[in-house]
Design a protein around this ligand. Structure first.
Ligand code: SF4
Ligand code: SF4
Length: 260
């Protein structure tokens, strides 16, 4: 089973089914198509059918914790191959007779286990439905897309102008680069550093763009929290700038699940 093909099929086929406008769309047919596309063997198709069904349900739901777990998918993972445990940097994953459990007091929501899981048993919370419903009601208030700088490498040969055009066609009212706010935040952090030196601090920790870093400090080195810069991330700063200008909704598009 090719996990990225599996995930991509679920996303694109579900999106196509929703866009076709059929209400409710034919979920059974969708499950059948994805299962037969991704698994050649009939026995495999039978085993994976309920897992495909659960993944579609999770994609269509905007509730739940940062990561959901599909217990059935772990049946195919032998003890020595449990990559979720090996990649977790904070030992937050515990295996019990009941399956995988995440200790949320330790979890820093980095998403490494989602990438590492060989079977797609761990699924990051989806904002798919939330964004689709915002776009469907964009005549009530504008919806803006804000892009993480990684978009330049993420979409291969697609030029920024083409990407912007595609997002506008999807229904966004405007597209902005988060890098714009990163400049503002860098200058704010420089001011904060000077203020701290005048106050007698010896140094300041700064990596405000990364929520995982912030959670790591909070959960594993709480004594260092007061040394962390108080600046918000460029993503938050740009969202606030746009919302200060007018009543609108802002959707962040980036490569990292940790920013959800
Ligand atoms: S999200 Fe990160 S910290 Fe949380 S369980 Fe997964 S790998 Fe561990
Ligand atoms: S979550 Fe994924 S990697 Fe972890 S035991 Fe289950 S199938 Fe294996």
């Amino acid at each position: 089973m090719n996990k990225s093909l599996f995930t991509e099929r679920i996303l694109t086929k579900t999106a196509q089914a929703i866009r076709s406008g059929a209400k409710p769309f034919d979920k059974e047919r969708l499950i059948h198509e994805i299962t037969t596309d991704c698994f050649a063997d009939e026995e495999e198709q039978k085993n994976w059918r309920p897992i495909v069904a659960q993944r579609i349900e999770l994609l269509l739901s905007d509730e739940g914790t940062f990561i959901s777990h599909i217990r059935d998918a772990c049946r195919f993972c032998e003890e020595g191959r449990r990559r979720c445990t090996h990649v977790c940097p904070t030992d937050a994953i515990i295996h019990t007779a009941d399956g995988v459990n995440i200790d949320w007091d330790r979890c820093i929501e980095c998403g490494r286990c989602v990438d590492g899981c060989i079977s797609g048993a761990l699924v990051a919370r989806s904002d798919f439905v939330k964004v689709a419903s915002l776009l469907m009601r964009s005549d009530e208030r504008p919806v803006y897309a804000i892009l993480a700088p990684a978009f330049v490498g993420q979409f291969g040969e697609i030029s920024p102008a083409k990407l912007k055009g595609a997002l506008i066609q999807l229904g966004f009212d405007g597209v902005y680069e988060v890098a714009m706010a990163a400049d503002v935040i860098t200058s704010r952090e420089a001011e904060e550093l000077v203020e701290r030196f005048h106050r007698g601090d010896r140094f300041m920790i700064t990596s405000c763009c990364c929520p995982v870093f912030m959670r790591l400090v909070e959960k594993t080195k709480p004594a260092l929290v007061e040394l962390v810069s108080r600046s918000v991330s460029p993503m938050i700063a740009l969202g606030r700038l746009l919302k200060a200008r007018e009543e609108c909704k802002v959707v962040f598009i980036g490569p990292c699940v940790a920013k959800k």
